[in-house]
Design a protein around this ligand. Structure first.
Ligand SMILES: C[S@@+](CC[C@H](N)C(=O)[O-])C[C@H]1O[C@@H](n2cnc3c(N)ncnc32)[C@H](O)[C@@H]1O
Length: 219
């Protein structure tokens, strides 16, 4: 997703760094972990785009806390704007590349990780950038609580097949695999911006839920 730089974006992000926006400073991360992620249920979305999904879920589930990660500052500022307008207290946002998240945060924080319409990176040489490639899956194993789930929605058959293979190769359990996932707007799901676009084009949406269980030596 590309968005032209918006003059208001940087000042708005600066203004909310420390409350809604989490910076990469140790004190900011500690506050996120010790205060915000102490909640019973925490959900992470990687690649929020303009935030219809995360803000929609946060609105429906005020008792669940949501952390959104987005690479683009301008796009994240759009999510921030929606969070402020909707007066959502249960969202925190970080402007970063998710590849560094596993090292930045402590383990066992999230009940679910959502990947919605992630960039497919179709060229072989870009495989490691796909959000379901080995290194990303390793960091999700760490970040998820025991029994936590990775949930992926995409229109892209190539990325979906790659994700199924990568998950199996890395010993995840596939709990749900659906090649024609219907439009679902319940407490657990919200149509994303990209999903809306692809559904309107008549494209099938693929969906999976996977979990990882550590296999102990003596099991
Ligand atoms: C194709 S868009 C989908 C946006 C939204 N999830 C949706 O379904 O409408 C992918 C988004 O993921 C972000 N993104 C891509 N790679 C990322 C990464 N490694 N870390 C964080 N965000 C990333 C992009 O900036 C973009 O906003």
């Amino acid at each position: 997703m590309r968005l032209r730089k918006k003059a208001w974006a940087e000042p708005l992000i600066k203004k909310h760094t420390g409350d809604i926006i989490v910076s990469n400073e140790a004190s900011s991360i500690k506050k996120l972990e010790d205060d915000f992620l102490r909640n019973n249920e925490n959900i992470l979305e990687i690649g929020t785009g303009k935030g219809d999904f995360i803000t929609g879920l946060a609105l429906k589930n005020p008792n669940i806390n949501y952390l959104g990660i987005e690479l683009s500052e301008t796009i994240l500022a759009v999510v921030l704007k929606k969070t402020i307008e909707l007066d959502l207290k249960n969202i925190r946002l970080i402007n970063m590349n998710a590849k560094d998240l596993g090292e930045m945060l402590n383990p066992n924080l999230f009940d679910k990780i959502h990947l919605n319409f992630s960039d497919p990176w179709p060229k072989n040489r870009h495989e490691s950038r796909r959000l379901t490639s080995k290194n990303f899956l390793e960091s999700y194993k760490k970040l998820l609580k025991t029994g936590g789930k990775l949930i992926l929605k995409t229109d892209n058959a190539g990325l979906f097949d790659f994700s199924l293979t990568s998950l199996k190769e890395n010993n995840w359990t596939l709990e749900t695999v659906n090649y024609d996932y219907p439009l679902t707007n319940n407490n657990q799901d919200v149509e994303t911006e990209y999903e809306n676009r692809f559904r309107n084009l008549g494209q099938k949406i693929h969906y999976l839920i996977a979990s990882y269980k550590e296999v102990k030596e003596d099991e």
